[in-house]
Design a protein around this ligand. Structure first.
Ligand code: GLV
Length: 316
């Protein structure tokens, strides 16, 4: 089977993926864009990491596009994406575990004031702050997919009351232990009003773009914390800066931004109430993800249908 491997990779990253994929599926031949263009009729699948727009054109026998990223918003933005070809997003338990670790770190640091202590250290200040208990720190987790579910479960296990917010109502039997859920736009303002911390793990779709705007932030109680591990475009950045400047929002932990890398002059870099991560909350691990890719490509050979297919109309 000939498979196109296309994407924007850091130096050395493509080689790491090639070795992991070759080990997981030795019978496949992994082609770069130029090699695929030489044999377009033979390419059956594409494994992609946010490839440049147009990368998947002109491959008439393509049967599966497997993303190495969990979020497929940038992939779906490509107007030249072949319309009928199934797309699978990356669902890898190792990635969910990494996301849960990041969410838990951010939530516990907000609950216990550790970002404030870090700022006090920089100022040479010895000052003990009130210690907030886990059970008096309600957390809203936006989105209950693979990432949101892993994060919500991990936070609930620490004893913080967690309410997840989803688009459509969820069967309570499918919720992670200790997690409650509410659904729909109407339920959001009341949820925000009673949340000390909001963790965003929504997919980016036309319905969620710009959700975290001035009105959203104003609905939070004074002193709340925001953890954005979804996409930068979920947030109206000027509105977020205004809420931080006024002190209404105590602190924001941001892993994703409207423009990435975050431009050097951006106010978030030096804002005392912001912690910046370089879109690193949960990286795709080549070793575990290669096994996920191999299973989906092998499904093409048999009767099984590939797993974790994207519903293009929903945007995730
Ligand atoms: C990371 O943001 C991903 O979508 O995999």
């Amino acid at each position: 089977m000939k498979v196109l491997l296309a994407g924007r990779f850091d130096p050395g990253e493509r080689d790491r993926w090639c070795s992991a994929l070759a080990a997981a599926l030795p019978q496949a031949e992994w082609l770069d864009a130029a090699a695929a263009r030489a044999v377009p009729q033979a390419v059956e699948a594409a494994v992609v990491a946010n490839p440049p727009p147009g990368s998947l054109q002109g491959l008439p026998r393509l049967r599966l596009i497997q993303s190495l990223w969990a979020g497929v918003d940038r992939l779906l933005d490509d107007p030249t994406l072949p319309p009928g070809v199934p797309i699978a997003r990356m669902v890898d338990p190792a990635m969910g575990a990494a996301m849960a670790e990041t969410a838990l770190w951010a939530v516990l640091a907000l609950q216990r004031g550790f970002f404030s202590y870090a700022a006090q250290q920089r100022a040479g200040q010895w000052r003990v702050l009130p210690q907030r208990r886990a059970d008096e720190t309600p957390v809203a987790v936006l989105g209950l997919g693979e990432m949101g579910g892993a994060a919500a479960g991990a936070i609930a296990r620490q004893g913080l009351p967690v309410v997840a917010w989803t688009r459509a109502p969820r069967d309570p039997a499918t919720l992670p232990p200790g997690v409650r859920a509410v659904a729909g736009a109407d339920a959001l303002p009341a949820l925000l009003a009673r949340s000390a911390i909001v963790v965003n793990l929504l997919p980016l779709t036309p319905a969620t773009r710009g959700l975290i705007d001035a009105r959203f932030l104003a609905a939070l109680p004074a002193g709340a914390g925001l953890v954005n591990l979804g996409r930068g475009a979920h947030v109206d950045e000027p509105a977020l800066l205004a809420a931080l400047d006024s002190g209404h929002l105590a602190h924001a932990v941001l892993d994703v931004f409207a423009t990435e890398p975050l431009p050097p002059a951006h106010a978030f870099w030096t804002h005392p109430r912001v912690s910046v991560l370089p879109h690193a909350a949960a990286l795709t691990d080549p070793h575990s993800a290669a096994a996920v890719v191999a299973a989906n490509l092998q499904a093409l050979r048999g009767d099984a249908s590939p797993r974790h297919l994207v519903r293009r109309e929903a945007g995730y």
